[in-house]
Design a protein around this ligand. Structure first.
Ligand SMILES: C[C@@](CO)(OP(=O)(O)O)[C@H](O)COP(=O)(O)OP(=O)(O)OC[C@H]1O[C@@H](n2ccc(N)nc2=O)[C@H](O)[C@@H]1O
Ligand SMILES: Nc1ncnc2c1ncn2[C@@H]1O[C@H](COP(=O)(O)OP(=O)(O)O)[C@@H](O)[C@H]1O
Length: 281
């Protein structure tokens, strides 16, 4: 029975500008998505019973509302009669931390089932379907470090130096919706060209607010900034410090105060899932 094992990489937002609020309540962004070399892993085994079976290393998210199950359900009506799949998710990316793990799991599921069920959907069609699951899904289908606009679905690849990041996720739960709905969120940053944004100093418009609402985020950033340029990713709570070499990142990780958990990841211009899919053909 055919089994396909694929990565679902995490991401960072190297900068995040919020340029306005749309009529539907969503916010327009200008952001730089950095793909990372680490993330979750998913295995897909074809079945012929028409069922979508899902299990996960983290039992708290082993349910039908998991983005993996929702992604599979989106594609199943397009698949041949009785096409089923058994999916196992090895969850490694800290959840709800602005690292995009759930969105990446959904994107990898769309890419895998498109191949296994021979649906022949284009990446543009998968991005469009993915956007109905979450604003961060299209970039993971795209699979490249990218500059994004709209809510994150208008994507241009960007080639960056492959730096190392020390990523720390404070033990606080930051709700994306809470941040976007907050009266004090900076949501009127002027729209700039991609070139000007890439050349200017990088910042995250959610950072000031999240640091105020969750002082632990401010504490971690105050600690990291002593070692390297540091910012928050997405709507938090994860923060990252950027290093040009792996050793410096690992030496700083070794000094991290015991109450915080961190890991080192390499920034890559292409997500591992694209290469893995090419090799699986
Ligand atoms: C801002 C980012 C940057 O990567 O934050 P993180 O979630 O990664 O921290 C993402 O685009 C988030 O994407 P995602 O986490 O998929 O958000 P969604 O589930 O689509 O939206 C959750 C809620 O946030 C608000 N929302 C989200 C995205 C956006 N551009 N404008 C919004 O106002 C909406 O209230 C929405 O109901
Ligand atoms: N496969 C999944 N992995 C992680 N979280 C998931 C998944 N499916 C659904 N979720 C839900 O989505 C929430 C946020 O997911 P995640 O992608 O980790 O965060 P963020 O969008 O902040 O990067 C989780 O708290 C969880 O309830």
């Amino acid at each position: 029975m055919a089994t396909l094992t694929l990565s679902a990489p995490a991401k960072l937002n190297l900068f995040l500008h919020i340029t306005g609020r749309r009529a539907d309540g969503y916010h327009n962004l200008q952001t730089l998505f950095q793909m990372l070399d680490c993330g979750d892993q998913l295995s897909f085994t074809l079945t012929t019973d028409g069922e979508i079976q899902f299990s996960c290393s983290d039992k708290s998210i082993e349910n039908d509302s998991n983005l993996v199950v929702r992604a599979a359900r989106l594609l199943q009506p397009l698949a041949p009669h009785n096409a089923g799949v058994r999916i196992y998710l090895d969850k490694r990316v800290p959840m709800g931390g602005g690292l995009g793990g759930g969105s990446s799991d959904a994107a990898t599921t769309l890419l895998a089932l498109n191949q296994l069920w021979r649906l022949k959907l284009s990446n543009a069609q998968l991005c469009e379907l993915g956007l109905t699951l979450g604003a961060d899904v299209p970039v993971f289908v795209f699979g490249k470090t990218a500059f994004a606009e709209g809510v994150g679905e208008k994507l241009q690849p960007v080639s960056l130096p492959e730096n190392y990041y020390l990523i720390v996720t404070p033990q606080v739960h930051v709700s994306t919706a809470e941040v976007f709905n907050h009266a004090d969120l900076i949501r009127n940053t002027p729209v700039m060209s991609a070139k000007d944004l890439l050349d200017s100093e990088w910042k995250n418009d959610c950072e000031t607010l999240v640091k105020r609402l969750y002082p632990e985020v401010a504490m971690v950033l105050d600690w990291l900034i002593e070692y390297a340029p540091s910012r928050m990713t997405g709507t938090g709570a994860s923060v990252f410090a950027e290093f040009q070499d792996e050793l410096s990142a690992r030496q700083t990780l070794a000094k991290l105060p015991a109450q915080w958990r961190g890991f080192v990841a390499k920034g890559v211009n292409q997500s591992a899932v694209l290469t893995e899919l090419e090799q699986a053909v």
